[in-house]
Ligand binder design. Structure first.
Ligand SMILES: [Zn+2]
Length: 366
C-alpha cells in the first residue's frame, strides 16, 4: 500500500521526485527545481543527479532544508518520506514566511549502485570536515577492530565466526569503545569501512556551491537529514551533533520531545567526524541552525554491521563480474530499507511529523 512512495531502483525514485516537483511547480507552490549532475553513471547507464525542489516563499529568511540519501541505499526510505511530505504539501499548501528545500539523494551513486558510500568508497556523512581540518587520522581503536570488520577475503553469507569474534571483542574492549572505533570515521584506509574520503567529494562540492546561493537569503535554518539503520526497529531517534550547548539542547528537547539524543551523551550514539550538519554549521557559523539527523532503526547493530562488512569485502576483494546483482548488495539494501509494511508506514508518519514540527519551530522562532 506504500508502493507509490517506496521505489525499487534509483531511476524510479528520481523520476517520482521530479514528477512530484513538477506538480508543485504547476500549482505555484514550488518556485524552482534544480539538478546537480554527477560525472558517473548508474547501473542502467542512467544519469545520476542530486535533485532539488524549492517551494514556499522565495524571499523568506527562514529555510527548512530536507536532505536524503547521503548514505546511498538509505536514500530509498528517505526518498519515500520526502515524496510523502511533498504530496501532503500539494494538498494542503505551505504556511507563509518560510521556504523549503527538498534535496533528493545527496549520494545518488550509492543509491543507484546499492552502496552506502560513494564512487570512491567514501562515507559522505564523514566527508564534511570543517574547512580547516585535514583528511587524516583514524580512531584510536580502529586498528584493533580492523581485521574483524575488513576481512581480506570475501566472507560467507552467514558469518557465524564473525558474530562470535565480535562478541569477544566487545567483551574485551566494551561496547562504547567498540562503537566509537567503528563509527567515528577514518581517513587512512580507503578500501575499509567508514572511510571519510581523501578530500571533499564531487557530490558534496556541488551541494555546498548550490547551498551557498540559497543561504544568501536565509538566516534561520532548520535542517533535517534522513537516515536508517540505527536504533530500535521502526522507531526514530533525533540525533544532534556535538555543536550544541546544554541550554540549546534543552530548548530543542522541549520542541521535539524525548526522541532527541545529543551525540555525546546518548546510549545509541557516538561522536563522529565530518558529518553533514557539522559541515554546514562550521561553514556558515553566523547562521542560526537547528540540525536534526532523523535515524530510523531497522535491525540489530550486529546485523547491520555484518551486512556492511559483507558488502564492502565482496566489493573490494570479490572479483564478481556483476557486483550490482550480488547477494551482498541486495542484503545491504534490505538491511537499510526493509520490506515491511508497518515499518514503512511508521516511517512515513514520523517523517512527516518531524517535518511539521520543524516548520513550527522555524515559524515560532524569532
Ligand atoms: Zn545513515
Amino acid at each position: 500500500m506504500w508502493e507509490e512512495y517506496y521505489s525499487n531502483d534509483y531511476v524510479a525514485a528520481a523520476q517520482r521526485f521530479r514528477d512530484q516537483s513538477q506538480r508543485l511547480m504547476d500549482n505555484d507552490v514550488a518556485y524552482d527545481v534544480q539538478r546537480l549532475v554527477l560525472k558517473e553513471k548508474g547501473p542502467m547507464e542512467e544519469e545520476l543527479s542530486i535533485d532539488i525542489c524549492l517551494l514556499g516563499d522565495p524571499k523568506a529568511n527562514k529555510l527548512l532544508l530536507s536532505t536524503s540519501g547521503i548514505h546511498g541505499v538509505e536514500g530509498y526510505p528517505g526518498s519515500a518520506i520526502q515524496l510523502y511530505v511533498m504530496k501532503e504539501i500539494e494538498n494542503e499548501g505551505i504556511p507563509e514566511g518560510v521556504s523549503v528545500a527538498f534535496v533528493h539523494a545527496l549520494n545518488p551513486w550509492g543509491m543507484a549502485w546499492l552502496r552506502r558510500v560513494n564512487e570512491t568508497n567514501s562515507d559522505l556523512n564523514r566527508n564534511f570536515l570543517p574547512p580547516n581540518e585535514e583528511y587524516l587520522g583514524e580512531p584510536d581503536d580502529y586498528d584493533k577492530v580492523n581485521h574483524l570488520i575488513n576481512p581480506s577475503k570475501p566472507p560467507s553469507k552467514n558469518g557465524k565466526m564473525f558474530t562470535s569474534k565480535m562478541f569477544s571483542h566487545i567483551l574485551k574492549y566494551g561496547m562504547r569503545r567498540t562503537k566509537q572505533a567503528i563509527a567515528e570515521g577514518q581517513y587512512t584506509r580507503p578500501a575499509a569501512l567508514q572511510f571519510g574520503g581523501e578530500s571533499l567529494q564531487q557530490g558534496p562540492k556541488l551541494f555546498l556551491a548550490w547551498l551557498d546561493e540559497v543561504l544568501k537569503g536565509a538566516d534561520n535554518i532548520m535542517a533535517i537529514d534522513l537516515h536508517t539503520g540505527l536504533g530500535k526497529s521502526g522507531q526514530d531517534t533525533l540525533l544532534l551533533n556535538p555543536g550544541y550547548s546544554q541550554e540549546e539542547i534543552k530548548i530543542i528537547k522541549q520542541r521535539f520531545g524525548k526522541k532527541v539524543a545529543a551525540l555525546d551523551s546518548s546510549s545509541i550514539a557516538y561522536r563522529t567526524r565530518g558529518d553533514l550538519h557539522q559541515g554546514l554549521m562550521t561553514r556558515w557559523p553566523n547562521k542560526n541552525w537547528t540540525c536534526i539527523t532523523q535515524e530510523f532503526g531497522t535491525f540489530s547493530q550486529l546485523k547491520v554491521l555484518k551486512a556492511l562488512r559483507n558488502e564492502n569485502a565482496w566489493t573490494q576483494h570479490g572479483n564478481v563480474e556483476n557486483i550490482y546483482n550480488h547477494w551482498s548488495r541486495h542484503k545491504l539494501l534490505r538491511t537499510f530499507n526493509p520490506r515491511n509494511d508497518s515499518w514503512r508506514e511508521q516511517l512515513l508518519k514520523r517523517g512527516r511529523m518531524l517535518f511539521e514540527e520543524g516548520l513550527l519551530h522555524l515559524l515560532e522562532g524569532e
